[in-house]
Design a protein around this ligand. Structure first.
Ligand code: DGY
Length: 376
């Protein structure tokens, strides 16, 4: 059965399709101000390539799509053939987008960096605490009416203070998470990344001096040579890489085996970065080990056995789900599409906050294939 679509600003001179309802109004105001008719799919189902192609039809100027959709080369060719010239993912990640295919069709691809950083890091921290302190397990125990009185040995978990947090992929979100764990729990930090994160290292050094000046133990931030070194050293390992061929199953059985028996693994990046079958096996055979997962290899499905494990805390890909962030993502996605359609230049600042309030800056905030398409 065909999906229902709501049409906003039917008299617009441009046509933009949006494959899911988005939060807030600012994104819609941006597109309407750019004289776009905006068609929004009302269904919660994931749209197939065929369904999106059908909706693009023979005239469509731009599209905002979702990380759950397969934006492949055929889809960009269809958008191009319909006269389209702008696409934005409603996400900072774009592993669902064939960027080379889009570039081949001359279509700029937008994403939404800069509004997910702290929010996603906060969820990674929440998963860390939930897993380490067994919050969800204990909640289930209470609800089942099993609490019959305080006991010295009940639901003992991990203490974070002074331990070591490990980060794989120390970009914006990884570094924000690292800072939270260092500042909040005075953890030492180790990380693996192809590039040194000098800002983070300098911050931790300064913070350490502050702690020492107040009579507390120092903290350190150290870039390690290999992923294996991080897995071996850290008490908590949090994954913050992109998903591509080089990171697929980056956490596999061999690397899990290097981790401490009572370590904690957190993944809020992309599911396939962790070999989920290997993780299920590892959690079964290492009851003291804990995992906190926001993302899954075959999302929305889970690998068999995952949902039976008490030592795993699982949430449905909600790391970016705060009202501010999700509205900000909508604003940036709309500004990408509206900016390109109106021929605006690319925003060069790191800070995207000017897009979120007041007058809309006449720029496209983030276009991942801008250099290849000669957009500046
Ligand atoms: C993203 O934007 O890539 C996130 O996964 C959405 O939560």
């Amino acid at each position: 059965m065909g999906k229902e679509w709501t049409v906003h600003n039917p008299g617009g001179s441009r046509r933009v399709i949006v494959t899911k309802q988005l939060p807030g109004n600012r994104w819609l105001d941006i597109l309407v101000a750019a004289d776009c008719t905006v068609e929004v799919c009302e269904s919660d189902d994931v749209l197939s390539v065929d369904e999106i192609t059908e909706r693009i039809g023979d005239h469509c100027d731009g599209a905002i799509g979702q990380l759950t959709e397969d934006w492949n080369a055929d889809l960009f060719a269809a958008l191009k053939a319909a006269g389209g010239s702008a696409y934005s993912n409603y996400a900072v990640g774009y592993n669902n987008v064939d960027v080379a295919g889009a570039t081949a069709s001359g279509i700029p691809v937008g994403n939404t960096p800069g509004v997910l950083t702290e929010t996603t890091a906060e969820m990674a921290a929440a998963l860390t605490l939930s897993a380490g302190r067994r919050v969800v397990e204990a909640d289930r125990f209470m609800r089942a009416g099993n609490y019959h009185g305080w006991l010295p040995t009940m639901y003992m978990g991990q203490r974070f203070h002074g331990k070591t947090v490990g980060i794989i992929g120390c970009g914006r979100i990884g570094a924000a998470y690292g800072r939270m764990m260092v500042e909040g729990f005075k953890m030492n930090l180790v990380y693996f990344d192809l590039y040194a994160n000098e800002n983070l290292e300098a911050f931790v050094k300064d913070y350490s001096e502050l702690l020492v000046a107040h009579g507390e133990a120092p903290v350190t931030a150290t870039r390690l040579d290999t992923i294996e070194d991080v897995m071996r050293t850290a008490d908590v390992v949090s994954i913050h890489t992109v998903l591509d061929e080089s990171t697929h199953h980056l956490v596999n059985a061999e690397r899990l085996a290097l981790m401490k028996d009572d370590a904690i693994l957190i993944n809020s990046s992309r599911g396939p970065v962790v070999d989920e079958v290997a993780l299920v096996e590892h959690c079964k055979t290492h009851p003291e080990f804990k995992a906190g997962l926001d993302v899954f290899e075959d999302e929305p499905a889970m690998k068999p056995g995952l949902n039976e494990l008490d030592n795993v805390t699982i949430v449905p890909h909600i790391a970016s789900a705060t009202t501010w962030t999700r509205q900000g993502m909508a604003t940036l996605a709309a500004a990408n599409v509206a900016g390109i359609l109106q021929g605006h230049p690319l925003w060069t600042g790191d800070d995207v906050l000017p897009f979120l309030d007041g007058d809309f800056p006449p720029y496209a905030p983030s276009i991942v294939n801008a250099a290849d398409l000669g957009i500046n």
